[in-house]
Write a protein that binds this ligand. Structure first.
Ligand code: CP
Ligand code: NVA
Length: 324
């Protein structure tokens, strides 16, 4: 019988808002350790000895397609000694109208943790409320916390610090931008978001990020001018103009974002000389970013994609209380 205590003691990560600064730094530290150990064992041709999640099973619900999130979670569980089960919504009763609540109750009987990628953020909130095991958001219309943990690890690796840096976000004030504002605020990074008025991040999230930024000595600024954002930035980052589910808005979105919000070499020149370019991927070359930037020297996108694996392994260890 699942008791109230079980529900109260589990932690869900639906947004970076669910992590305090100390937890973010601990996840990054553990992710870095796991990364080093994986690289070392790959070099030696051996398998990592420790299997801290042996016997644990992660269920992964996908309402939307994914390359990085699916594979990195699945491989991450295997590397930690556990298992992962892929659950496309088309193949489970959610597709026939079973509620998120009944799905959460049922899956909690078999699984030790659930990761879900959903359209509507309220779906993952309902899943989390009805599950007695931890629930991780693998992307919703509002947030993408795993991406942002990977972004912070990447920035820390390249810049050897987080506090005091400046991140410029160019383009859509979307799910990644929302969590990045919260992540930057909590780690002392100044973030300047440049986006057209109608694609600003939601006021409520800007307010939360601003409140956190005051606590951690950071700053969140919203502007319409990409050159203001890019000026002297340590990191320039962007995302697709057309997120999954917004395909019908493609024409109007492209008309609004292009050419002003494209990250190209002219814009990168405004940033610091050693600035890096980041993108959560998938990218559309020639739209939000030009090929010479994303495939150029300043690009950190492959390390960023790799770091999804390491931060998620750290997160899974934390949520499933792995003995390391
Ligand atoms: N960045 C990211 O979440 O990629 P996928 O959509 O491929 O999972
Ligand atoms: N904003 C994008 C991120 C993809 C990883 C989307 O929601 O499709």
């Amino acid at each position: 019988m699942r008791t109230l205590k079980t529900y109260l003691s589990k932690k869900d990560i639906l947004s970076i808002q669910d992590l305090d600064a100390k937890e973010i730094h601990s996840i990054l530290d553990l992710a870095y350790k796991l990364k080093k150990s994986l690289h070392q064992s790959k070099k030696k041709g051996t398998r990592p000895l420790s299997q801290p999640l042996k016997g644990k099973v992660l269920g992964m619900i996908f309402q939307k397609p994914s390359t990085r999130t699916r594979i990195s979670f699945e491989v991450g569980m295997y590397q930690l000694g556990g298992d992962a089960v892929y659950l496309s919504t088309n193949d489970i009763q959610l597709s026939r109208g079973e509620s998120m609540e009944d799905t959460g109750h049922t899956l909690s009987l078999y699984l030790d943790c659930i990761m879900a990628r959903v359209y509507d953020h309220s779906d993952i909130q309902r899943l989390a409320r009805s599950s007695s095991v931890p629930v991780i958001n693998g992307l919703s219309d509002l947030f993408h916390p795993c991406q942002v943990l990977a972004d912070l690890l990447t920035i820390r690796e390249y810049k050897k610090k987080l506090k005091g840096l400046t991140v410029a976000w160019i383009g859509d004030g979307d799910n990644v931008c929302n969590d990045l504002m919260l992540g930057c605020a909590k780690t002392g990074i100044r973030m300047v978001v440049a986006c057209p008025k109608q694609y600003r991040p939601p006021d409520e999230i800007v307010r939360l990020a601003t409140k956190a930024s005051e606590l951690y000595g950071a700053e969140i600024t919203i502007t319409e001018d990409p050159t203001v954002a890019a000026k002297d930035a340590d990191v320039v980052t962007t995302d697709t103009f057309v997120s999954i589910g917004k395909e019908e808005e493609r024409t109007s979105r492209e008309a609004t974002f292009l050419p002003r919000y494209q990250v190209n070499s002219e814009l990168m020149k405004l940033a610091k000389q050693d600035a890096i370019f980041m993108h959560c991927l998938p990218a559309k070359r020639g739209q939000e970013v030009t090929s010479d930037v994303i495939d150029g020297k300043a690009s950190a996108v492959w390390d960023e994609a790799e770091n999804r694996l390491h931060v998620q392994k750290a997160l899974l260890c934390m949520l499933m209380k792995a003995r390391l």
